[in-house]
Design a protein around this ligand. Structure first.
Ligand code: NI
Length: 204
C-alpha cells in the first residue's frame, strides 16, 4: 500500500476508535454506584399541635439504573439500601424511621452525543417513599404513610473511558407523610430532603 493511503487509513481508524471511546449517548445502559447522604430540610413540621419535628440526616449505599433512548435524553431509577433517620421531637431524640425512596427521573444531557468528557445532566420526575420500622420511645405506635411526590435532579459524569466515569449527583425529593399515633392522625411531616451522591458511573 502506498504510504499516503496507509496513513489516511490509520487516521480514519484512529478517529473511529476515539469516537467509540467517547461515545456517550443513545443506547447506553448505565448504573451509578456510590454513597448518598439524605439531608431533610430544617423544619419538618409540628405534630399534635405541640411536637416540633426535626428529622436527622442519614447516609448509605445507593445505586441507579438508567437507559439513554436518545443522545440527549434518558431515564434513571434511583435505588438504595433503606435509610435510617433519627427523629427529634421538641429537641429530644425520641423517634426513628427507616425508608426507601425510589425515584424515577427523565433526564436531559446537553452535551450528549458530543466528545465532551464533562457530561452534565438535569432531570425531573417522581419519588415514592416507603416508610417502615417507625419507632417512638415509650409511646403508642407511630406510623408514617407512604408518600408520592415530585423530584428534581442535577448531576455530572466525568468520563474516564468508554465504560467508566466519576459521578456526582443531587436530588430534591418532595416527601410529605401523614403521621398517625396510636391510630389517630396527628399531622403531616415534611421531610423534603436533598440527596447528594458521589461515586462512579458504569456504561454498557
Ligand atoms: Ni413537601
Amino acid at each position: 500500500m502506498r504510504k499516503p493511503v496507509l496513513s489516511a487509513l490509520i487516521a480514519t481508524a484512529t478517529l473511529l476508535v476515539s469516537g467509540q471511546v467517547l461515545a456517550y449517548g443513545v443506547g447506553d445502559i448505565y448504573t451509578r454506584v456510590g454513597i448518598a447522604k439524605v439531608s431533610p430540610k430544617d423544619d419538618n413540621g409540628t405534630l399534635a399541635g405541640t411536637l416540633d419535628v426535626d428529622v436527622q440526616d442519614d447516609s448509605g449505599f445507593a445505586f441507579t439504573l438508567g437507559y439513554r433512548f436518545h443522545d440527549k435524553l434518558g431515564v434513571e431509577l434511583l435505588a438504595a439500601e433503606p435509610f435510617d433517620h433519627d427523629i427529634k421531637l421538641n429537641g429530644s431524640n425520641l423517634a426513628s424511621t427507616e425508608h426507601l425512596p425510589p425515584t424515577l427521573t427523565l433526564q436531559y444531557y446537553p452535551m450528549g452525543g458530543t466528545a465532551s468528557r464533562v457530561q452534565p445532566y438535569a432531570g425531573v420526575g417522581v419519588n415514592y417513599t416507603h416508610f417502615m420500622d417507625e419507632e417512638l420511645d415509650g409511646g403508642p405506635e407511630l406510623k408514617l404513610d407512604n408518600s408520592w411526590g415530585a423530584a428534581g435532579q442535577l448531576g455530572v459524569d466525568l468520563l474516564i473511558d468508554e465504560h467508566w466515569a466519576l459521578n456526582a449527583a443531587a436530588w430534591y425529593l418532595d416527601i410529605d407523610t401523614d403521621a398517625e399515633l396510636g391510630g389517630s392522625d396527628i399531622g403531616e411531616v415534611e421531610i423534603d430532603p436533598i440527596v447528594v451522591m458521589g461515586g462512579i458511573s458504569l456504561r454498557f
